[in-house]
Write a protein that binds this ligand. Structure first.
Ligand code: NAX
Length: 342
């Protein structure tokens, strides 16, 4: 599936924020949808963020991207999502001091419910949605619930950053470039409970668990590294970045969002070349994840449609971790249901 020569409308919410700023120029340069696909950008902000988005729009003009066929800045969701092909929902309400989970979910329900409704009302038939703003999985669930006319499978949440972080850690541990690593999976929620799974991963065709055992002095050493180093480091990498950088992940998050959409629309390498990646999408019941929950899975894109990779063996270690993250998603879903947001 590839886009034709008509401009593709991409709406970015929170476009005046940090990730928005890192996203816009890469999209406009053709790195997300392809070097020959013209784009129209719609930047949605809240009134306080409109000036920052307008400033970014001025800079987009100054960058003179040949593929960029227009930029609109608005604080009106209906206008922002009218005719949208790709919706990247980045703006969200961060957790403030003393804010309980229910307050956070309710505040974000107030954003993602209306945005879902605006997508339902005006989006193009082929609309694809990726939610970046946290709590991303549950925000995607809320948006989808407010868009009954859009197939639920078009609503996804970003776990590609976690996936890419896992690739980066494996690459460092095995002293090998990222490009040879295939079939890592992030399961579950984009949160500290996520499970980065390397049990099916390969490096240049060799099983990663075998390579880790060689590197860490046997299977026990590899298991220790995975549970004490790799898994917590990937799952808590966002906090590590904040501690070291003094500010949250921005360029890497934008890069992952670009990867997510590029692979979904088939603007990157062909399926099969690169193995699978990780996407949070509505469960069809695969791997015991309750149907409808937006959970991260091993996913391939075939002809522009995301498919959960089937038939992978799940050992006891993996099962317990997948179940723990899925339990957190269930409790988030139940909480937003109790708040009347679904
Ligand atoms: P910023 O605070 O820099 O930007 C957010 C922007 O969203 C602000 O300009 C704000 O005015 C705008 N906004 C708020 N409510 C809005 C609404 N209702 N409509 C439109 N715009 C709205 O945050 P930034 O660093 O860009 O991060 C954005 C989101 O990404 C946060 O929720 C963050 O937690 C989340 N992240 C998600 C990641 C993932 O992998 N899924 C990783 C990176 C990041 O932490």
């Amino acid at each position: 599936m590839a886009y034709s020569q008509n401009p593709v409308t991409v709406t970015i919410t929170g476009a005046g924020g940090q990730i928005g700023y890192a996203l816009l120029f890469r999209i406009a340069s053709g790195q997300m949808l392809g070097a020959d696909v013209p784009v129209r950008l719609r930047l949605l902000e809240i009134p306080q963020g409109v000036k920052a988005a307008e400033g970014a729009a001025l800079e987009l003009q100054d960058a003179a991207f040949p593929l960029l066929h227009g930029v609109d800045v608005t604080d009106d969701a209906t206008a922002a999502f009218d005719g949208v092909n790709i919706a990247m929902l980045v703006g969200a309400r961060p957790r403030g001091p003393g804010m309980e989970r229910a307050d956070l979910l309710a505040a974000n329900g107030g954003i993602f419910g209306p945005q879902g409704a605006a997508i339902n009302a005006g989006a193009a038939d082929d609309v694809r949605v990726v939610v970046v703003g946290n709590p991303a999985n549950t925000n995607a669930l809320i948006a989808s619930a407010h868009a009954p006319d859009v197939p639920a499978a078009r609503f996804t949440a970003l776990t590609r950053l976690d996936h890419n972080r896992a690739l980066g850690q494996l690459s460092a541990a095995l002293d090998a470039p990222v490009g040879g690593i295939r079939n890592v999976t992030i399961w579950g929620n984009h949160s500290a409970t996520q499970y980065p799974d390397v049990s099916h991963a390969t490096l240049d065709g060799r099983a990663v668990p075998t390579l880790l055992a060689e590197r860490f002095g046997g299977a026990d050493g590899a298991a220790h590294w995975l549970s004490e180093q790799f898994i917590p480091r990937v799952a808590k990498r966002g906090a590590e970045i904040i501690e070291v950088r003094g500010s949250s992940s921005v360029a890497s998050a934008a890069s992952a969002a670009i990867d997510h959409v590029r692979d979904w629309v088939g603007a990157g390498s062909q399926p099969g070349d690169a193995g699978w990646t990780s996407v949070a999408l509505p469960s069809d019941g695969s791997y015991g994840v309750p149907e409808g929950l937006i959970s991260s899975f091993p996913v391939e894109s075939v002809d522009g449609q995301l498919r959960i990779v089937q038939g992978l063996s799940i050992d006891e270690f993996s099962r317990a971790r997948i179940d723990a993250s899925v339990a957190e998603l269930v409790s988030e879903r139940d909480a937003v249901r109790a708040l009347g947001l679904l």
